[in-house]
Design a protein around this ligand. Structure first.
Ligand SMILES: Cc1ncc(COP(=O)(O)O)c(C=O)c1O
Length: 427
């Protein structure tokens, strides 16, 4: 029991200290990866796998930086970067994206942040909440389930999101796929921006090129940006299993990250946007933290300059995760009870399988609790359905996100536990 009388909290503090799915997930992840190794199978958070050949490349690059003659390591450690990011990293990335995709951009269109999560904290609060003109706006999520990390970032008193249910396409006996329900996507005056992750965390859904084009058209017509979270997409880390076209223009705000390439510890996020938005992000970074962590930028810059990063993404990272996803699917079919009406979303990218347990006799939160008790940590699905009233929509309480990035023996043991606990729950 806390012996102190609580001090009153600001709205900002209330919003950022309430129980949150993101905090619970990161606590679970940290606990399992530090204290619980061997006892807890961690299939909750989106930690990237430790891919040996990628780790060797980062170590080699680090050795190069440590060479006294380059002086690079001293600069990384002892100098603050400007708040928009390292100038050489920003121009290397702008050149790379121009070469790869023909996008008309320069380093003034690139801002670096302390991870994609910070980028979303800034962007979502930039476009919605209590507006400077006294109005209130919300972020329109055309399809939930959507990334849990957005859910609790709002700092003002009004709700931050207005979300839409998807169309659910049933595929065969065990599969399904989400689609945007365009008939139900009226953009209103009160929407400050639209946002999607592609591939989507948690479902692994990849919005089709046609869906993205329609969203771009709608956003441009209404004069609001379309924010596309590309944490898993192309050109890096390339954890996307369908053939799609990356897009950017001045109506799109594209976010990227070095995390899923294997560098989450360096906290490096990237925002590709109009110059005025880059300037806003720059100011916010300066005020919140002066500058960004610069290690990830220094590690990755030469690979971006040479274009090798794309080859690594396509030839090492993508096949690695595609194989892990296939193995995880095979384990699901092996261990989940055939008599239970489970389905799994089409595996199209990211680090997860998204299960739907139709007619689940308990809530997904209770299923999560029982799995944790049995030694398996996953993420209960309800936390991904924010920004709408889910009363009467059973689907929002019947899903689980299961990550497959941990070593094979952990994933195999995890699916065994999942199978046993699910069988027990439906009995
Ligand atoms: C869809 C998506 N966006 C953004 C992030 C943020 O990652 P980071 O802050 O490590 O760049 C994640 C991490 O899991 C994610 O899955």
């Amino acid at each position: 029991m806390d012996r102190h009388t609580p001090w009153p909290k600001s709205v900002f503090a209330r919003n950022l200290t309430e129980e949150s799915g993101t905090t619970e997930l990161m606590d679970d992840l940290g606990e399992a990866l530090t204290l619980g190794r061997g006892k807890i199978r961690m299939m909750g958070g989106g930690n990237p796998a430790h891919i040996p050949s990628m780790q060797a490349i980062w170590k080699e690059r680090m050795r190069e930086m440590l060479e006294e003659s380059t002086g690079e390591f001293d600069r990384v450690l002892a100098d603050y970067d400007p708040p928009a990011g390292s100038p050489s990293f920003r121009s290397a990335l702008a050149d790379f994206l121009r070469r790869e995709y023909g996008w008309q951009l320069t380093s003034a269109n690139i801002a670096v942040t302390n991870g994609g999560q910070s980028a979303f904290f800034f962007l979502l609060n930039r476009f919605a909440g209590a507006m400077a003109d006294g109005s209130e706006k919300r972020i329109l999520l055309p399809l939930v389930p959507e990334y849990i990390g957005y859910g609790d970032v709002g700092v003002s008193a009004s709700p931050l999101f207005d979300s839409r249910r998807p169309d659910i396409e049933l595929i065969g006996e065990r599969g399904f796929k989400y689609h945007i329900d365009f008939d139900n996507l009226a953009v209103a005056e009160g929407h400050g921006a639209m946002a999607v992750s592609r591939p989507t965390n948690p479902s692994s859904n990849v919005l089709t090129d046609e869906e993205i084009e329609r969203l771009r058209g709608i956003a441009a017509e209404r004069g609001i940006p379309l924010i596309i979270d590309n944490a898993y997409g192309q050109p890096f880390p390339g954890v996307i299993f369908t053939e799609t076209k990356p897009v950017w223009d001045e109506n799109v705000i594209l976010t990227m990250s070095l995390s899923k390439l294997g560098l989450p510890g360096t906290r490096t996020g990237i925002v590709v946007a109009r110059e005025d938005i880059v300037s806003d992000i720059r100011s916010m970074t300066a005020i919140v933290g002066l500058a960004n962590n610069n290690l990830g930028q220094a590690l990755a810059r030469p690979m971006i300059e040479s274009g090798r990063i794309r080859t690594l993404a396509m030839e090492v990272v993508r096949p690695y995760y595609r194989h892990s996803a296939e193995q995880a699917l095979a384990l699901a079919f092996e261990h989940l009870p055939p008599e239970v009406p489970w389905r799994v979303h089409q595996s199209e990218g990211a680090f997860f399988l998204w299960f739907w347990f139709d007619r689940l006799p308990v809530s997904c939160r209770e299923l999560y609790r029982r799995l944790k008790e049995a030694g398996l940590v996953v993420v209960p699905g309800h936390s991904f359905f924010f920004g709408l009233d889910t009363t009467g929509w059973d689907h929002a309480r019947q899903c689980l996100r299961v990550s497959f990035t941990q070593p094979e023996e952990v994933v195999t043991a995890g699916f065994r536990i999942l199978g046993e606990v699910v069988r027990e729950v439906y009995r």
